[in-house]
Design a protein around this ligand. Sequence first.
Ligand code: SF4
Ligand code: SF4
Length: 437
Amino acid sequence: MIGFIIERIAFFAAIGGAGYIAFKGFSAIYRNIMLGRKEKLAGNLNTMLLVAFGQKKMFKRPIVAVLHFIFYVAFIVTQIELLEIMIDGAFGTHRFVYHLVEHIAPLRALYVFTVSSIEVLSLMTFFVTIIFFIRRDMLKIPRLSSIDLEGWPNMDAHLILLMEINLILNIFLMNTADMAVSNGAYGLWLSGIFASAFAGWDVEILHILEKVGWWGHLAGVLGFLMYLSISKHLHILLAFPNTYFTRQTPNGYLDNMESVTREVKLMMDPNAAVPESTEDGPVKFGAKDVTDLSWKNLLDAYTCTECGRCTAQCPANLTGKKLSPRTIMMKTRDRLEEVGKNIDANGGIWKDDGKSLIENGYISVEELRACTTCNACVEECPVNISPLNIIMQLRRNLIMEDSNSPAEWNGMFANLENNAAPWQFSQQDRFNWAKEQ
Ligand code: SF4
Ligand code: SF4
């Protein structure tokens, strides 16, 4: 009885502790995303179903897509067995669902089929995980081993694969010990085969092994939940809202800047009633820091999977320029995290740290200038992220607020301003070419 009570306390303490830590992490992320300025976006369910749920854009590379799909389906389906683990943990039962349906043949068959399918998927995921390790560490696929992934991003990718292996091994340990101790009563396919390895083992030892597997799997799931908020694997949650709120404007569409409209109105009528500030603060040209970007840009940053597909297609990157759209997303997230920590450390109020997203170890002017605005990164991204949208806003700020542009561009800007064309000719002379000489 004492053991039963201790185990329940340990279970609820683990759930409560992990839930609290995860909640704090996710709340901070939500708060950080909401630091962005407002952007009105209508949700689109079809886009979400196709791109996030159906993983449509992943299938541009079919082999990797199938491997990723196995990972994804296994992750979703395994949650069914997790439900039974949770019920057993809460009430101290053992295979609650099995015993509930044990004497109803069709439901029992469904139970055996479901849990056995989870085992098959888990085994497949085990091999996929090994392949993912090989791709990263032995084949050194360029987009997965480039310099911008050194340090934490690389460790993050490895940690998640190790966590996956831990989950799989523990679920097999639990099921196999259970099958061995029950003489195959649960009818599970794969663990039924593996159970022969435990033939003749002491029943007490098998019970302990089953418990180790059960707790190991639970700890893996809770650890994953707590870890998620500091990992790129947050995309398993955020890919859904991010694709739902995909901008429905054509690729390459550049929105009018309210701040420019305001200036034009003032030029035409110096007494025009134009606001000095918006509901997001003082009127600015483009974005200098993460809080000048929209909430969608910030959601993009947290959703980035760091897959590097954008960078692998970026013409600037391919021709040796410093720009990598993946790095743009990673740096935006890093800076946003820094801003969030600043707010937390100062009692919920932002204290100016004299930095911004441009330079300061984040996104350099050189990177911003290298973008050709070709949209390849947007097209490639499997979760509909737009690094270009961020680049354009930063570049607008650079030029319109800091007049920071190459000398060659300044001549063109002056021509646009004076002649409404990039050339050095007045508008009146635009048809001179057609006159007879
Ligand atoms: S839009 Fe810019 S960042 Fe994106 S692929 Fe083209 S050049 Fe690279
Ligand atoms: S922006 Fe998209 S394509 Fe680029 S690394 Fe992130 S998820 Fe991958």
